[in-house]
Design a protein around this ligand. Structure first.
Ligand code: ATP
Length: 643
């Protein structure tokens, strides 16, 4: 069944082995994927396409598959290199106008009606009469041009971009214009998350290997191999998140040997391990009962994954794998001071925290966020940072992910040294009673931290789990204990104009959570109180360029009626004291009840620029928070005898 759609996704007459992949085959696949809501069918379509790409590539050509996969997830490079699309609407409208001869006003009017510039581009192209069909586009040609557009910067770059896009559009047929424009916008909107692409890639590779070897497998064996293949690629990719490395190795060595070939490598940031929230110390003890665990300070700064290659090159990466070396040149400069002689290459997991160098006091995240994000010069730095290392993932040529935390921590302390105000080990306590944990928690808050991280210390349950929100790491924040609950990370999708003095800015905002399975944003609340004039102005400056002419198709609106819609890009951390069922908002609809869930009295905490829109809180978490709250309320009613 995984390959049942080969004929559908192929183009008329197919393409011969060794010939470049036609872009039309990819866009045909996209169109079929977009037309179905069935997940299995989407995966079968993509598997069939990637299988054809593998089958028809010559031995040693991994570029075709690599570029096909990148275009399926709409990226052009690994995250940490950050070659990004996301071309503004007005530039695209200009290019569509230039290549089709339609006026800007007509294109804008149609965009207002359709709400999808890709569709408008396709319609514009198809209504154009051409005498000769253009030369077919190849996937590698489109890929190279998209990269050129993304990398063009500096003087007259806008004009250069418009010119490349215009030429690309001139060569488009059928569905091509629709998907080129959507790729350029930075969102394909075919309802195919990266997870499904990885599964399809694995299935295609397993099936191609099977055919090549001329093997016959029973249905059971095939199913097992497909599942195993998908798990292998997922796990390898979370350790080495670079298709540039993984795909050539996959084709060269095969899926079964992939793990041995692709391991954590300094210079390529791995997806960090994350923690689950807990509400009470009792919950921690329930989870870790009779197992060794450790409590560490949960520092209130920014996650920093620090890499050092054997040649001495240093890289600092964010939670999102962005290269932060330009933001933290001071960390890069300080680093040699804390390394002992025996240490050559390593990957540290750490938190960069603002510190007052004269008193040695830690300062809150707000202080750290005052630092510039780019092109920082060491001599201009006002807010100093100290690096608190809590894990060591790689040392002197060897990945440590499959060692216990106890061993990793020992190696960390053995190979690094404390430099006051610059580098320290995360403060930890291996105490086990409620009283001891309570005391340590209070101490952490007094010392300027958010609370504690409680971690499994020994056995394989304490291995480092890249990209997982694991129950082997629990976070215990002081806020949870005060009954405030965890904060949510929500995407700003709409704005409401202000009143009175605030008419020139947005006075309130529509927020949404993100469902990674359906790839849709679900509205959750309107937030409009507690902002100062200054903060509203800065939100306006950030959000104004993201205004859209019409709501995007992947926003499940419900009854919300903001004055303007935004490209969903900006993530805010928000606290709430209360969640309730709502007939207006769509968050978590159908999970607890038919109705959605909304936040009452939401409070803005901070911008999370280390998170992308697809890292926002998901509907399951919202439903879980609602249910926990209902549970807590019924418990307290029982205690007070209320009904
Ligand atoms: P949060 O809003 O809590 O930071 P998050 O989704 O970014 O949420 P979590 O897994 O919930 O990440 O919390 C872990 C974060 O806490 C890490 O990403 C890291 O930045 C920070 N942190 C601070 N101290 C530690 C520590 N000792 N161990 C692990 N993480 C720590």
């Amino acid at each position: 069944a995984a390959l049942s759609r080969r004929e559908d996704v192929d183009i008329k007459g197919g393409w011969k082995t060794g010939q470049p992949v036609p872009y039309a085959a990819l866009t045909k696949t996209f169109a079929l994927i977009e037309a179905t809501t069935k997940r299995l069918e989407k995966t079968a379509l993509l598997t069939s396409f990637l299988y054809l790409v593998i089958q028809r590539s010559t031995e040693g050509d991994s570029k075709s598959l690599l570029q096909a996969v990148y275009l399926c997830i709409n990226r052009l490079s690994p995250d940490y290199i950050g070659v990004e699309l996301g071309i503004g609407e007005s530039l695209l409208i200009k290019a569509i106008g230039e290549s089709t001869g339609r006026s800007i006003a007509v294109i804008k009017a149609e965009l207002k009606k359709e709400g999808d510039l890709g569709l408008v581009a396709m319609n514009s192209k198809n209504s154009q009469k051409t005498l000769f069909p253009p030369k077919p586009l190849t996937l590698s040609f489109v890929f190279a041009n998209l990269r050129e557009i993304a990398l063009t910067s500096g003087h007259s770059s806008q004009a250069k971009k418009v010119s490349i896009i215009t030429k690309l559009l001139a060569a488009c047929q059928d569905f091509e214009a629709k998907y080129i424009v959507r790729s350029l916008e930075g969102k394909l909107r075919i309802g195919n998350a990266e997870r499904s692409v990885v599964v399809a890639l694995a299935h295609a590779a397993v099936l191609a290997e099977k055919d090549k070897a001329g093997k016959k497998w029973s249905k059971e064996k095939l199913t097992a191999r497909l599942e195993e293949g998908a798990n292998t690629i997922k796990s390898v990719y979370s350790e080495l998140p670079s298709y540039d490395e993984v795909i050539p190795a996959l084709l060269k060595f095969g899926i079964q040997d992939l793990h041995a070939q692709c391991k954590l490598t300094p210079g390529v940031p791995l997806k960090p391990m994350l923690a689950k929230p807990t509400k009470a110390i009792g919950e921690v003890l329930d989870r870790f009962e009779n197992k060794p665990f450790t409590c560490e300070y949960k520092y209130d700064g920014e996650r920093a994954q620090v890499h050092r290659l054997a040649d001495g090159t240093v890289g600092v990466f964010s939670r999102n794998s962005e290269d932060m070396s330009k933001k933290y040149p001071d960390l890069v400069e300080q680093l040699p001071n804390c390394i002992k002689e025996s240490t050559t290459s390593f990957v540290l997991d750490a938190e960069a925290v603002a510190i007052d160098r004269t008193t040695g006091k830690l300062m809150p995240f707000q202080e750290l966020s005052r630092r510039k994000r780019k092109d920082v010069k060491v001599e201009d730095i006002q807010v100093r940072v100290c690096l608190f290392a809590f894990d060591l993932l790689y040392l002197n040529g060897e990945p440590l992910l499959k060692k216990s935390l106890l061993e990793r921590r020992e190696l960390l302390r053995e190979h690094f040294q404390v430099v006051p105000g610059e580098f320290d080990f995360a403060k930890s306590s291996d105490s086990e009673t409620v009283d001891e944990i309570q005391t340590f928690l209070e101490q952490s808050v007094k010392d300027g931290c958010e609370g504690l991280m409680v971690k499994m210390l020994d056995t394989d349950a304490s291995f480092y789990e890249p990209s997982r929100r694991s129950i082997n790491w629990l976070k215990l924040k002081k806020d949870y204990l005060a009954g405030v609950g965890d904060s949510l990370d929500l995407v700003v999708v709409g704005g409401y104009y202000g009143k009175g003095k605030r008419t020139n800015v947005y006075g309130a905002f529509l927020l949404a959570c993100y469902d990674g399975d359906s790839e849709e944003f679900q509205t959750i609340c309107k937030i409009g109180t507690g902002f100062s004039e200054e903060v509203l102005q800065s939100h306006y400056d950030v959000l104004k360029p993201l205004e859209l002419t019409k709501v995007r198709g992947d926003i499940k609106v419900g009854g919300a009626k903001p004055d303007v819609w935004f490209e969903p890009q900006i993530v805010w951390e928000v606290l709430t004291a209360d969640l309730s069922l709502s007939p207006v908002y769509t968050a978590a609809q159908g999970l607890v009840e038919e109705r959605g869930i909304s936040l009452r009295f939401p409070r803005f905490v901070r911008i999370r620029d280390d998170k992308g829109a697809d890292d926002a809180t998901g509907p399951e978490q919202v439903a879980e928070m609602y249910e926990n709250q209902a549970l807590a309320q019924s418990k307290s009613k029982k205690k007070t005898g209320g009904d």
